[in-house]
Design a protein around this ligand. Sequence first.
Ligand code: HEC
Length: 269
Amino acid sequence: MSSRDNPFVRFAAFWWGIGVILLFFVILLVTRAIVGGGDAEDPLEETARKNRLKTLAGIEAAQQAYFEAKVVEEGKTVQLDPEGVFEHVGSQLLAAQPTKVDDPAQVVPGSAAAEALATAGGEADTEGVDALTPEAGTEPDPAMMEKGKQQYMVCMACHGMNGEGGPVGPPLANSDWVAGPVSNLIRIQMRGLEGPITVSGKEYTFPAPMAPMGAAQSDEDVASVLTYIRNSFGNSAPPVLPEQVKMLRSEIGKPPLTQDDLIPVAPGS
Ligand code: HEC
């Protein structure tokens, strides 16, 4: 009888095999602990990772708040349709056109590349952009409003179905920012916004900042959604033009704005 067919030998060989594998993992763990293996991360990558997790947590909190929300419409309480939202957000993501970048390298916040981008071209020409805003009373183009309404489905998760705001985003209804300089609104879309913000006299602090939502969208899409919020929820302000958005594309990649970076819209803002 060869040892191969001896059940006792085979049994012992089986346990030897298991033992060797276990030993291998123990050695691997010990070496990682000594050498510091995967923990020796680049602090910049670590910051980028933390930022990604922060944004993700913000979005998840927003979705949770949104699906729990019940909205009152014409006197009756209606449950929002989560499936419709998923479908819409999914199609938006698929349709989103990535912005063309000259240098495909990932720009990590705080890195030399990010610094160079932030200072390239100097200050944004906000004055030039605001000078293009059509005069008060100019009616928005209905097609643009329709397009903006579709785009708003993405903002709704944080800013509420009727721009009323909520636990993860300030109100857009009767917001002095929304009615204020267009350059502020476009820059918020390109760079995001963080830190406490005072909207129409009330100060808000949110768990997560607003992400640069417009950075990956076309000039027309950004102009449409801003035109939409400026002419919905009781707001009434001149439309935003795609040319204005184009002029502030150079803002993409710069660090998130804080309230102090914006043109003030009210005393104390
Ligand atoms: C993940 C949640 C989230 C989403 C999605 C989002 N925002 Fe925001 N938004 C915020 C937060 C949070 C702030 C306040 C940031 C701060 O702390 O200063 C803000 C601020 C703003 C402001 C300035 C303050 C105000 O209330 O007027 C505007 C305008 C705005 N967002 C527009 C939009 C638009 C338009 C969209 C969709 C394209 C959008 N946001 C999508 C979270 C979000």
